[in-house]
Ligand binder design. Structure first.
Ligand code: SF4
Length: 221
């Protein structure tokens, strides 16, 4: 079931609708493959870690930004409106604009997060020889890796080693991102424009008769 049903309904017949449904399908594929990896490997991020969101802000493709904007409009319309006006909920130079350091799980836009945040730490990459390889996240505490059975280190593991250690392989990042756009823009620079664009399209598409979640019409990008 879609996480953005109201917004999709408002965008029916537009190219944005098409992009959003394709991105959502890709995110669902990632979740399915990662759940299988988590179940079989038993290897999870440390509870409430959030280190990968500190000193980091994702760059977004237009399609990811559209999904993030649509998700905000669906679930947090007041914040979406504020972002459209260039005001972010957790503004800081040094970390992601949606990183809530006080919250248990830190990401305040979890359902709308982009590819990198979904794949980081729980997907494999291709080596120069095209082999699927994997490294534990660099923020994973060494002492916790050492307690794993068998003990792990901060180094690259080959497919053969992964099968020996976990009995399975992680999702293939390259395959999951096949066909996506290469051009990206920093989240804080693209998201306000994208939300203004979505509001404009929604306003045009429904003639302003009934706004989703009380969001205003008429914002041009
Ligand atoms: S979108 Fe969420 S998961 Fe991604 S960097 Fe920001 S706070 Fe972290």
């Amino acid at each position: 079931m879609s996480e953005i049903p109201t917004i999709l309904k408002k965008l029916e017949g537009t190219s944005e609708y098409q992009i959003l449904t394709e991105i959502e399908a890709a995110y669902e594929r990632i979740a399915k493959e990662q759940n299988e990896w988590y179940e079989k490997s038993g290897f999870l991020c440390p509870y409430g870690c959030g280190e990968c969101c500190s000193h980091f802000e994702p760059d977004l493709m237009v399609s990811e930004a559209l999904y993030m904007g649509a998700w905000l409009l669906e679930h947090q319309p007041v914040i979406a409106q504020s972002v459209a006006e260039d005001k972010f909920p957790f503004y800081a130079m040094e970390h992601c604009q949606f990183f809530d350091s006080e919250a248990q799980y830190h990401c305040s836009i979890y359902g709308g997060r982009p590819f990198i945040c979904r794949l980081f730490g729980a997907s494999g990459a291709r080596s120069k020889t095209c082999e699927l390889v994997w490294k534990p996240c660099r923020f994973y505490p060494s002492e916790q890796l050492a307690k794993h059975d068998p003990p792990l280190k901060h180094r690259q593991y080959s497919s053969k080693e992964l099968m020996q250690v976990f009995g399975t392989l992680p999702p293939d990042m390259e395959a999951l991102m096949a066909g996506t756009d290469a051009d990206t823009v920093l989240l804080r620079d693209i998201l306000p424009k994208i939300i203004r664009h979505l509001l404009y399209i929604i306003g045009m598409n429904d003639n302003g008769s009934d706004n989703p979640n009380g969001t205003p019409n008429g914002f041009a990008a």
